[in-house]
Design a protein around this ligand. Structure first.
Ligand code: UGA
Length: 435
């Protein structure tokens, strides 16, 4: 079976590499020629655990190819996956121009017996609209929708061992082609659900919106914990042990960011309205998450008695979460900007050494270790939950800072362990009585 993947971003590249790991011949297409040249040389453009190893292995095995020539990449494929971006437009809706651009480009080349599979996250109705778009061009191929549930930083593991696969299809032919592509997962007893196109499309948005709501819910409970003497981590553990709730995605923090939750919650709310349906819970999630950033700024400023002018602020972690170099919609952006505007001298250490971050933050200093970053700091602020921060020797850190003040927006440490080192400690959702 020959598989082609159009788009070599997080989703497309990981999917292409992992399908080749399943043993299929895979061609990945991207119209960015320099990216394709890098990929042909084995250079992985994203920060993703285990991707480079699998990519190199499968290129050497002769079953993974990269090209910017759409015709050559598509003409022999049995399955063509579309995995291009669907970013937010200014009105919150999903921008489908890349997807229609890609489908238009491949239309003259796709085989009549091939199946075109949309993997990009698209509003309900889009896959059917793409089918009609192709029919108008005289191209009658099967279409299907196959949402991705890959977390950045764990995308390879999520692809190779997913919780489930959802396949929106309209014919036995498409069902058979996709069942073949995911056959290695059948052997692992991973649930594979065949649904209609609309169900598969909505399942993707519903999953992300639900998880975004879960994060927002625990952040709201964290606010209450701070006032009433409770500890949000213990509350999260206590409720999470109820199987109906589950423990995952109950980590309080600075609010969700990234390229998915913010974009997908807005798109869901927007296209639901087009169907005449209100989604007040999703709307409130978006609003509450936006407000969370100001709350976090207030927490930092309160800890510094509203004065950061000429103070050394040591920021630890700026990516939207750990194990990625992705800065898209990271809570750190508004927080660091605010501190700079207030006259702080900001030093940043992020284990990904994110180039994106270097392009975003101007007028900051960059460090190569946690300890160097905290030399002479008046305040240390943790914004991302990198595992490396958990192993930090707090006594050593205490020796290096000028003023022992630690604001931890990811609850990396326990209150007693930090207090024992002499730091004044502010975290999230733990009673102020403890701080
Ligand atoms: C998310 C979903 O988890 C994936 O299943 C989905 O495929 C992907 O979006 C997508 O649509 O492409 P991702 O954006 O990589 O994946 O990141 P998550 O690990 O889900 O985290 C999202 C945000 O929530 C981060 O800012 C993270 O810090 C925050 N978060 C997550 C919390 O604040 N607390 C938690 O307990 C969990």
């Amino acid at each position: 079976m020959k598989i082609t993947v159009v788009g070599t971003g997080y989703v497309g590249l990981v999917s292409g590499v992992c399908f080749s790991e399943f043993g299929f011949d895979v061609t990945c297409i991207d119209n960015n020629k320099s990216k394709i040249t890098d990929l042909q040389r084995g250079k992985v453009p994203i920060y993703e655990d285990d991707l480079e190893r699998l990519m190199t292995k499968n290129m050497h095995a002769g079953r993974l190819f990269f090209t910017s020539d759409t015709g050559a990449g598509v003409k022999d494929a049995d399955l063509v996956f579309i995995a291009v971006g669907t970013p937010s437009k200014s009105d919150g809706s999903a921008d489908l121009s890349y997807i229609y651009g890609a489908v238009g480009d491949l239309a003259p080349h796709i085989r009549k017996d091939a199946t075109l599979v949309i993997k990009s996250t698209v509003p309900v109705g889009t896959t059917r609209a793409i089918k009609n778009f192709l029919l108008k061009k005289g191209v009658d191929v099967e279409v299907a929708f196959n949402p991705e549930f890959l977390r950045e930083g764990a995308a390879v593991a999520d692809f190779l061992r997913p919780d489930r696969i959802i396949l929106g299809v309209e014919s036995i032919k498409a069902e058979k082609a996709l069942a073949r592509a995911y056959r290695p997962l059948y052997m692992l007893s991973i649930p594979i659900l065949f649904t209609g196109l609309e169900t598969a499309e909505l399942s993707k948005y519903a999953a992300n919106a639900f998880l975004a709501m879960k994060v927002t819910f625990i952040n709201e409970i964290a606010n209450l914990c701070e006032k009433c003497g409770a500890d949000v981590q213990e509350v999260a553990h206590a409720i999470g042990l109820d199987k109906r709730i589950g423990e995952l995605f109950l980590q309080a923090g600075p609010g969700y960011g990234g390229s998915c939750f913010p974009k997908d919650t807005c798109a869901l709310s927007t296209f639901a309205k087009e169907f005449g349906v209100e989604t007040p819970l999703v709307d409130e999630t978006i609003k509450s998450n936006n407000e969370r950033r100001s709350k976090m700024i207030k927490k930092i400023m309160d800890a510094c008695h509203n004065d950061v002018k000429n103070k050394n602020v040591a920021v630890l972690g700026v990516t939207f979460k750990a194990n990625t170099d992705d800065m898209r919609d990271s809570p750190s952006i508004s927080i660091v900007d605010y501190l700079l505007k207030e006259g702080a001298r900001v030093k940043i250490y992020d284990p990904s050494f994110s180039e994106q971050a270097k392009n975003i933050f101007k007028g900051v200093y960059w460090s190569t270790t946690v300890y160097d970053n905290c030399n002479d700091a008046d305040i240390v602020v943790i914004l991302t939950d990198w595992a490396e921060f958990r192993a930090v020797n707090l006594r050593e850190l205490r020796r290096r800072v000028r003023n022992p003040l630690l604001v931890d927006l990811r609850n990396i440490y326990t209150v007693p362990e930090v207090k024992a080192t002499g730091f004044v400690y502010h975290s999230v959702g733990r009673s102020l009585l403890n701080e």
